[in-house]
Ligand binder design. Structure first.
Ligand SMILES: [Zn+2]
Ligand SMILES: [Zn+2]
Length: 400
């Protein structure tokens, strides 16, 4: 082996540093919400094609999904490794989850492992999956259902947050739309003739607040009134709630779902409205792999000198992939500022030089973990064993 793996990873990411910064800022400057990430997708695909990679667009029927593929010059008979890039933004606050950085960390990892395969004569295939709509809907689930990830041996992605971790056990989540149908009336001349759909929505949210007292520590319920009437002097005949429920484990989600549906029904009963519940999308919990995550954390700790943080909270459509594929969802510290995701301050930090450098360091670290799987048979056996054990622990979980 003429070139060391670590130096191959570092040099390709360092060489691409300025280009990756440009990609990240282009995506950050033009935030596009889920399934509307046309420019971000185009920017990434153009870059990969300019680099000479084969890229398939419009994957799984999603116009903003893509797959880039590189087959080692030594042949495809080794591992099939995949990385995920996300690039959707949040309504109102732009890249408050730092998906511009997830986009470039995926590109950096793809370039690094392609270079390792080429320079170190390692057979295998590496793919970059451009996965849209993580913040709403879950593009990865559509791609999973359509077979886009079939044949993958190892899947990885990185996500910025406060603190780092290779063992993020994310929450299962279910998103619901709840509609209440009442009867409009003049709010002063004949309020007794109306059936107030806005009141039903209010009762539903207040009762969910009361229910929260008896929920487990790793369960979450939260939502908004998306439509609650149009004028103060009209009894609203229609109201709509957008609501999300989350649990630590998949087999708990049905329990919370039943209790939540009873509350929504009670609000209809109390007000005389009719109601309709539509289940929008569901994410499974992320099954961490202690061997992959352990090496990731060990390498991160040797740089940052602080222990990993295993916070509870948040969900990802990568969770659905983790139940099928050996995977690592690596978290890293965005900027050392302790700012939570989904805030305007996180949006600001996601374009900083510091966040960029930390993203590239996390990519170099995850690249070392992926490369270890490629070259160390006994490590790879441990990784597979850990995955099987984790799956057995959760075998009673529901499929989604
Ligand atoms: Zn987010
Ligand atoms: Zn995110």
């Amino acid at each position: 082996m003429l070139v060391s793996i670590d130096s191959a990873i570092d040099s390709v990411i360092d060489d691409a540093n300025a280009e990756l910064r440009k990609l990240s800022l282009a995506i950050h400057n033009n935030p596009e919400e889920s399934l509307k990430e046309e420019q971000a997708c185009q920017t990434l695909v153009d870059y990969l094609e300019r680099k000479g990679f084969k890229v398939e667009r419009n994957v799984a029927g999603l116009s903003t999904a893509f797959v880039a593929t590189y087959v080692s010059p030594s042949g495809a008979q080794g591992l099939n490794v995949g990385f995920c890039s996300e690039y959707d933004a949040l309504p109102g606050i732009g890249h408050g989850c730092g998906h511009n950085l997830i986009a470039i960390s995926g590109v950096a990892l793809f370039l690094a492992i392609a270079r390792v395969m080429e320079a170190c004569w390692i057979p295998g295939t590496v793919k970059l999956f451009g996965t849209p709509a993580e913040e709403a809907f879950g593009g990865k689930i559509t791609m999973l259902d359509q077979g886009t990830f079939d044949g993958t041996d190892l899947l990885m992605m990185l996500h910025p947050t406060a603190g780092y971790s290779g063992a993020w056990h994310s929450q299962c989540c279910l998103s619901l739309d709840v509609e209440y149908f009442g009867k409009a009336s003049h709010a002063a001349m004949a309020p007794w003739d109306g059936i107030n759909a806005g009141t039903a929505a209010n009762i539903a949210l207040l009762t969910m607040g009361a229910l929260r007292e008896q929920l487990k520590p790793d369960w979450r319920t939260h939502g908004i009134i998306a439509e609650g009437g149009r004028a103060a002097n009209v009894i609203p005949d229609y109201a709509k709630i957008k609501y999300t429920i989350r649990t630590g484990w998949a087999n708990e989600l049905d329990i919370l779902r039943e209790r939540t549906l009873r509350v929504f029904e009670a609000a209809a009963l109390a007000t005389g409205c009719t109601h309709k519940v539509t289940e929008e999308f569901a994410y499974l919990d992320n099954l961490d792999n202690p061997v992959l995550g352990g090496l990731y954390e060990e390498l991160m700790q040797s740089e940052y000198r602080v222990p990993p943080e295993r916070g509870v909270g948040g969900s990802t459509d990568f969770g659905n992939l983790s139940h099928k594929f050996i995977s690592l969802h690596g978290m890293y510290d965005l900027a050392g500022t302790r700012v939570p995701n989904h805030t305007i301050e996180f949006t600001r930090d996601a374009r900083s030089e510091e966040a960029h450098e930390r993203t590239l360091f996390a990519a170099k670290t995850a690249g070392r973990v992926a490369a270890r799987c490629l070259v160390d048979q006994s490590f790879w056996s441990q990784v597979k064993k850990a995955h099987d054990e984790r799956r057995q622990q959760t075998s009673g979980d529901r499929e989604m």
